[in-house]
Design a protein around this ligand. Structure first.
Ligand code: GLP
Length: 259
């Protein structure tokens, strides 16, 4: 089993440190003009995207790389239109594409059209997975983690071999994400998600988690074995994963191991 690289930083430095690292890693993949970035959404990513935008304004190479990159979103709610501020498409345009000046055509998200269409191959991959294959795969996949260990919207019970698909959200996930909606009854019950298999095929993964509420899932992910009860733990099977935690998110890790 490959080891994850682990950085534990104070909350105040979290977004800047993680954003700086992501910007540096983007140049590990050769041709910066056709970079493929797998994107995550959620509160944790906001500060990281803001760091990337700030750096891209000061660094023209990074700016060019981010303006010309292909973006593949990890997940999207079922039933929210792109102009709904709670949709992940809206989130990505607001926090990354618009401030960078990246054309919106560079962004793809799993959707009814791309996920539910007949698989193109016998192995069960969806059109969305094939679109990612067609651009040569994801160079760097950004990820968060759910309080229940979900990765994208691969909820506990998801298979390691899963492709992009439509899923039902766990009750705890709806509860955790209700904070973004004016009323908890507005949280969609279903979503489209990238599958674990496609995430594991990314050349590198950077997972970020902050806050005490993530501590248990983070401990399970890092110190357990890969398993469906915590889909993020499948990343233990990937050879190039970097995890950024603030002290709260790291607070359930066994003391002494990481000092
Ligand atoms: C959401 C998203 C995930 C994200 C996670 C953490 O439900 N589907 O892709 O990584 O939960 O979100 P947050 O950073 O808001 O805690």
């Amino acid at each position: 089993m490959a080891k994850m690289k682990l950085f534990i930083v104070p909350s105040a430095d979290f977004a800047t440190t993680a954003g700086d690292y992501v910007a540096r890693r983007m140049f590990d993949f050769g041709d910066a003009v056709s970079f493929v970035l797998g994107t995550a959404t959620g509160g944790t990513m906001e500060g990281i995207y803001s760091t990337l935008v700030g750096k891209a304004r000061r660094d023209s190479d990074l700016g060019l790389c981010l303006r010309t990159a292909h973006y593949f979103g990890m997940d999207e709610y079922v039933g929210l239109e792109p102009d709904n501020p709670q949709s992940y498409e809206f989130f990505m345009k607001k926090h990354l594409l618009a401030p960078l000046g990246t054309p919106t055509r560079n962004l793809k998200l799993p959707s009814e059209k791309t996920v539910l269409a007949s698989p193109l191959a016998e192995d069960g991959r969806s059109v969305y997975d094939q679109m990612i294959f067609d651009v040569g795969g994801i160079d760097l996949q950004l990820a968060g983690i759910g309080e229940n260990g979900h990765l994208a919207f691969n909820e506990p019970g998801s298979m390691r071999t899963s492709w992009a698909r439509r899923v039902e959200l766990a009750p705890g996930t709806k509860e955790a994400n209700a904070r973004f909606f004016s009323n908890s009854s507005e949280v969609p019950c279903e979503a489209y998600t990238m599958g674990i298999q496609t995430i594991l095929r990314a050349k590198s993964v950077v997972l970020c988690a902050s806050g005490k509420k993530k501590a248990r899932a983070v401990q399970r992910m890092i110190e357990g074995r890969p398993g469906s009860d915590c889909p993020a733990s499948f990343l233990l099977d990937h050879g190039d994963v970097t995890v950024f935690l603030d002290w709260d998110a790291a607070s359930d890790l066994r003391s002494g191991l990481y000092t």
